[in-house]
Design a protein around this ligand. Structure first.
Ligand SMILES: *[C@@H]1O[C@H](CO)[C@@H](O)[C@H](O)[C@H]1NC(C)=O
Length: 612
């Protein structure tokens, strides 16, 4: 405060005034009002000093225009306590509003008045809509309770979801908070809604949900959306903050105003200056914090005028969620590569939905994220997840020359000293129909080497259709070898993956040394190749443990929605223990991926000199 008053003083040096228009008592009284009433006394340290400085500094009071002085004082206070709610105003003729009294109107007339201030509707889809501008206090609620019940509450009670429109809720009474909250909670256990610290009495009162209410509760299971705007203020903000943190309501709209649970306008001495000051503060028992000053951030932020449409969309989505999750579960049960895990996932997913964990979801994106997280948690398989449905790219119209170029850049070959071949490619594909081009432009360059390094460190997988063919080049044509047993869930069959008897181009054969380089990125079809070559003892693996992916998953549409699941439908032979899926394949010689090639060369060179 002292600092702020110094600021004020320096400002006033430049204002050309000769005499004092206002008594120095204005400063003293203003400071005292804040000292005695402001809700957060800890922010007022130094106020005593400020009073002394202020009252002895007559320059501050030399502004001749009272409205200007009021705004200068407002700025000074704001700079000291950083609270934009405190305002000094100059209002000659201000008449403080009388405390709200319940006029003794006949019930019919009261009903008309209430119908005029509260808008109630049942929207399409059996959605209750209640627009509230003023939150009535306990006294009025008691008196007009039966009318509120008959004209408002009974209309929306049987709906299957509710929208509370607080976008223009700007007034209310503290004692009304437990009423509103209680209609959306259970009677037991009672809920500690808020603690309110009253500065003047230095007393903290607790607001609790009410065990008995007039009429029926809306309860806790039906969706509740509260609409907010940047004008939603005070008591309404307290209700919003409470329902949000209880996770009972989803807040849709704009960040609220950041008002006060109780704000008074206090006359400064016998002047026409008034200071508006928060005299109480709210401390939410869940967060230990308050919505005051900063307002309540919505769960779903949209412009106030779009909030109703957004709320309706959220309610529609929520109604579909149990069916969608069930449909997703059915897809997992029918298609997931590991049937017993799939059955377990389905059972547990049902329990997760029943526990209400999906009740607060507001967007399709959140649903996908939650579904993916649950599928991962329940299956332990990172390949089983929600996915966006990327439409298959239309086949490219390539000329034969362009096609050859594409193959050439996709495969890297080299021949190092001692006739060591090197072959690198980063993706498996449907190589069958391009076997001739690969044989001529790639394979022929390395097939006559004495040893071969296959570099799969950057190979992220792809189609497994060419695995058997590719493996076959490293075995002889005199007998067929079983490479893997692959179980396919949709058909519930296991098929043998065998070496091919007919190949395009020449074989590398089963005698020459082969080293495969791996990294943590080596995934999917590449892992299947490494798995086979390692298990059959046909290659030495050097590098890092592979990614631990899966056989190429398939994309399934969940019901009629535009949510898609990526589900692995096949797995490798697990008769002799777990295969590579999920866990990856450990190398024979573990070295960091970027050292793997040098290590491989060194081993093969040593092998070569040993042979001489
Ligand atoms: C899969 O086939 C086996 C027999 O090969 C049968 O025992 C099993 O019940 C089938 N599983 C499903 C889910 O159809």
């Amino acid at each position: 405060m002292a600092q702020a008053l110094v600021l004020l003083a320096s400002f006033l040096i430049f204002s050309n005034v000769a005499h004092c228009d206002f008594s120095p008592r204005v400063i003293v009284d203003l400071a005292k009002i804040l000292m005695d009433n402001y809700c957060s006394p800890e922010k007022l340290a130094g106020m005593e000093e400020a009073i002394d400085t202020g009252s002895s500094n007559t320059d501050i009071l030399s502004i001749s225009d009272p409205a200007t002085l009021a705004s200068v004082l407002t700025d000074g206070v704001k700079k000291t306590i950083f609270d934009s709610r405190v305002k000094v105003t100059y209002e000659p003729g201000y008449v403080p509003p009388a405390p709200p009294a319940m006029p003794d109107f006949p019930p019919e007339q009261l009903a008309e008045m209430i119908k005029g201030t509260v808008k109630v509707e049942v929207l399409d889809g059996n959605i209750g809509y209640l627009k509230i501008q003023h939150i009535v206090g306990e006294e009025i609620a008691q008196k007009v309770g039966p009318i509120l019940l008959e004209y408002i509450w009974d209309k929306v009670l049987p709906t299957s979801a509710m929208i509370l429109d607080f976008r223009s809720a700007v007034t209310g009474e503290l004692s009304g908070i437990p009423y509103i909250v209680s209609y959306f909670t259970d009677s037991e256990p009672r809920i500690h809604i808020d603690s309110v610290y009253h500065r003047t009495s230095d007393v903290t009162t607790e607001l609790w949900s009410m065990p008995t209410l007039l009429g029926k509760r809306y309860g806790t299971s039906k969706p509740l959306i509260v609409l907010t705007s940047k004008n939603t203020l005070g008591i309404a903000e307290d209700v919003v903050y409470c329902l949000k943190n209880l996770k009972r309501a989803t807040i849709v709209g704009e960040n609220t105003a950041g008002g006060s649970i109780k704000i008074n306008k206090i006359k400064v001495g016998d002047t026409d200056f008034y200071v508006t000051v928060p005299v109480a503060k709210s401390i939410n028992p869940i967060t230990g914090k308050s919505w005051e000053i900063n307002g309540v951030a919505p769960n779903v932020e949209v412009a106030a005028e779009d909030a109703l449409d957004t709320a309706i969309a959220i309610i529609k989505l929520r109604a579909e969620i149990p069916g969608l999750v069930q449909a997703a579960a059915a897809l997992v049960a029918d298609n997931y590569a590991f049937p017993s895990i799939g059955d377990d996932v389905v059972e547990k997913l049902g329990a997760v939905v029943a526990s209400g964990e999906y009740n607060q979801i507001s967007t399709k994106k959140e649903l996908e994220a939650k579904l993916s997280a649950d599928l991962l948690k329940l299956s332990g398989d990172k390949c089983l997840k929600a996915t966006s449905n990327i439409p298959a790219r239309p086949p490219m119209n390539l000329t034969p020359e362009m096609f050859i170029e594409l193959i050439k850049v996709s495969f890297h070959t080299d021949v190092f000293e001692n006739n060591i071949g090197y072959l690198r490619f980063d993706m498996f594909g449907d190589f069958e129909h391009v076997a001739k081009i690969i044989a001529e432009h790639v394979w022929d360059k390395v097939v006559d080497t004495d040893m071969l390094i296959i570099d799969l460190r950057n190979n992220v997988g792809g189609s497994t259709s060419s695995i058997a063919g590719f493996c076959s080049y490293f075995f002889d044509d005199d007998k067929q070898i079983v490479l893997d047993h692959v179980y396919n869930r949709p058909s519930n069959t296991t098929s043998d993956l065998l070496t091919l008897t007919q190949l395009t181009g020449r074989r590398y054969g089963s005698k020459k040394s082969v080293i495969i380089l791996t990294s943590g990125a080596t995934a999917g079809a590449a892992e299947e190749f490494v798995f086979i070559m390692k298990r059959l003892g046909r290659a030495m693996i050097i590098g890092e443990t592979t990614h631990g992916g899966c056989h190429p998953p398939e994309t399934f549409r969940v019901g009629e929605s535009d949510i898609y699941l990526s589900i692995p439908i096949s797995h490798s032979d697990i008769a002799q223990g777990p295969s590579w899926e999920g866990a990856g394949i450990a190398p024979y010689i573990p070295v960091p991926a970027d050292a793997a090639l040098d290590t491989a060369k060194a081993i093969l060179n040593k092998h070569f000199s040993g042979q001489k």
